[in-house]
Every structure is written in C-alpha cells, then in structure tokens.
Design a binder for this molecule. Sequence first.
Ligand code: NAP
Length: 415
Amino acid sequence: MATYKLSTVPTQGDRITYENGTLEVPNNPIIPFVEGDGTGADIWRASVRVFDAAIDKAFGGERRVSWMEVYAGEKAFTQFKDWLPQETIDAMQEFRVSIKGPLTTPVGGGIRSLNVTLRQVLDLYACIRPVRYFEGVGSPMKDPGKLNIVVFRENTEDVYAGIEWKAGSPEAEKLRLFIETELGKHIRPDSAIGIKPMSEFGSKRLVAMAIEYALKHGLPSVTLMHKGNIMKFTEGAFRDWGYEVARDQFANSVVSEGDLSRGGANARADAVIIKDRIADSMFQQLLLRPDEYSVIATPNLNGDYVSDAAAAQVGGLGIAPGGNVGDGVAVFEATHGTAPKYANLDKINPGSVILSGVMMFEYMGWNDAATLIVRGLENAIKSRRVTYDLARQMPGATEVSTSAFGDQIIKGMSA
Ligand code: NAP
C-alpha cells in the first residue's frame, strides 16, 4: 500500500480488489477523484451530489462511496509544484476505480498530456466511449436516435505513444539519416519525425475486450475500423489481428461478415458479427447508415476522431462520457476539455462527468445507481431546464446553471 502525503485516505471505506480477473467491490468503496482544471470544480460539485443521491436512492443507505480527492493538473501544480504527483498514480492503481475531470494540456510544447501519461503508466489500454442520443437534445441529424455505438479506442500505442522528435533536432536528424542510409527511404531534411508503433499484443487485447463487451451486452456486431489500405503494416495488421483474435478466442460466439455473406457460417443466431471498415468509409457510414453499427474497435488516432465526430452527430459533445480501462484498473473521465472561459461561472454542462460516473457504476456492478442517473438525465432534458449548451440547441428551453442542472437530474430520478 502506498503512503499518501498530499491526499487523505478516508477513515471509513474499503478498497476495491481484483482477483482472478474479477473486480470485488465492497459496500463502501474508497474512490479517488480528480476535480479537474478550469470548469472542473463546478462540474465535480454538481456530479458528486448526483452520484451520492443515486446511490442513496438505489441502495437505501446499504452502499455508499467514500470519495478521496487526489491531485493532478493546475491544482496539483499550484499546491505542490507537481503536475502529476506519483501518489495520484499510486492511488488510481491501488483503489482500482477512479474518476476525473478535464485537465489542461498545452499545445505544441510544455508538459506532456497528463491524460495520455495516466493511460500509459496505468496501462489503461482501452478508451471506451459510448455514444447515444438523448431524446430532446438538438442534433444536426434528421434521425439522431439511429446512432447508438460504443467506441473501443486503443489507448497506449499508435502515433499517440508520444515517440516523436522536433524538426531539426539531433534525434530527428539521426533517425532520418539512419532511415535513408540503412533502410533506403527518403525523408526531407527539415522534417519532424513521429513513430507509429502498433503491436499484435496491444491490438489483440483491445479487440478482445470489445468482443467481450459486445457478448456481455448482447450487441449485434464489432467493427474493426482501420486505414489498412494505406498503412498496411500497422493499421492493416490491426485488422488482421482483430479477425485472428475473434477466430482464436471467440470461435463459438462470433462470425465474420465475410463468412456470413458467403452463407457458409454455422454460426449461432445470436453470434456477434465481426466486420471491418476503412476509416474514411466508417465516417460516411455513421452518417448514412448509423444503425448498422454497434461496437467499434479501432487504433488510437482513429478512435479519437470518430468518438468526437459521433458525439457531435447526436448533439452531445458536452455530455459524452468516457472510461479508460485496463485489466482491473479503470479511470473514468470527461471527454471534453477544461473550457477555461466558463471556469467558476456555474454555467457549464456537468453531463460528461455524470455519464462517466454511470459507466463507472456499471463497471462496478452498481447498475441500479447507473440506471437512476440515466433516468434522471433523460427527465432533466425532457423538462427543458438545461445548461446553456443544450438550451441553445433546444428552442424554448430554459437555461439553468451547472448546480441547478444537477438538482434537475436528481429530481428526474424520481419522475
Ligand atoms: P474544450 O475545453 O472541450 O472546450 C471547447 C468548447 O467546447 C467550449 O468552449 C464549449 O463550447 C464546449 N464545451 C466543452 N465542455 C463543455 C461542457 N462541459 N458543457 C458545454 N460545453 C462544453 O476544448 P479546448 O478549448 O480545445 O481545450 C481546453 C483545454 O482542455 C486544453 O488545455 C486541452 O488540452 C484540454 N483538454 C483536456 C481533455 C481532458 O482532460 N480529457 C480533453 C480535451 C481537451 P462553446 O464555447 O461553444 O460554449
């Protein structure tokens, strides 16, 4: 067990444990949270009230969470001169399930993304982003309810691994010369260089998690989204490894789209269909035939783009949740940034962190609390008393503050 100097471990509560691939959740788990930068404080204040109200209503005092504040980002730097204290990482590892608000990341220099660092050091290899429509939210689509997908984005590899060098740096020059002289490929002298590693291990475990999710939730298909027509040895291999893991580990419960169309499959009627789409086509398909897709498994960069694009389709960028999940460790987080211009105005939509909490409770097996929160949010939106971002897309809606929207969600749990 780690020693905590910056954070206080709650005196009441127990640790979530992980044995033989199963999470054991006590009735009073300790859950670390990072409030987040910018609008994070406003959002967390509203979210935690919604979480506690849902747990109370669902379990009548039998279960509760002991929240433990841990520090990252600007708050950690201001108070402790450390953007990401080691003990925050230790707490997320030790207590197994945690939740965080958005953190500032400077563009083009300065510190490395804290979010990316956390995903890598905790080996949270899947970024899971469910995208669905909430009735009443304004959307640019004619029929936004047709989109209901869960994106599994590989979280530790690809060009996101952070292996890159500045143009003109000695490292970029050394690499350029090596590639030119030893491998016979030309790169312009003033080039920055980034590396795109994608492994069989990393790709297969991500696709396996996506298939397991589809099976557990009775979902019809898993689509491997890749750009393998151009990047044959990375993205193309991702597709091949995906089909391989489906065949090797899930032979009795999946069928490939190819086999199905050839009519030769002896698949069960409820088999999950494994298909693949080239990334650019996937974006078109989600606009044109969204109801043909369910779970999408994809490398890091594609996953980043497609999950935000899909969230925009249902009008829900401010309410899109996310979870970073590894084997027995998970960090749930807002998918939007810190929106600093709205900091401390009690104005921003807390929905993304709140729905990330729904994912967290489902991950913990606290489904009754999760269901109540979703019902609360659906009813809050139906009441048309919503934060500014939703109000501006919903004619006749009344704009309410972050905290009032939290109240509306709590009220909606009983409606
Ligand atoms: P952003 O903070 O997501 O804000 C962009 C715009 O999105 C906002 O101005 C606002 O639009 C809307 N928005 C974001 N969150 C919202 C919410 N909860 N409710 C309603 N509207 C919301 O993106 P950014 O300005 O590009 O990034 C700011 C900082 O956040 C950067 O340092 C970036 O690196 C960081 N970031 C962190 C994470 C993370 O921690 N997971 C993710 C992305 C970015 P309107 O102006 O139209 O109202």
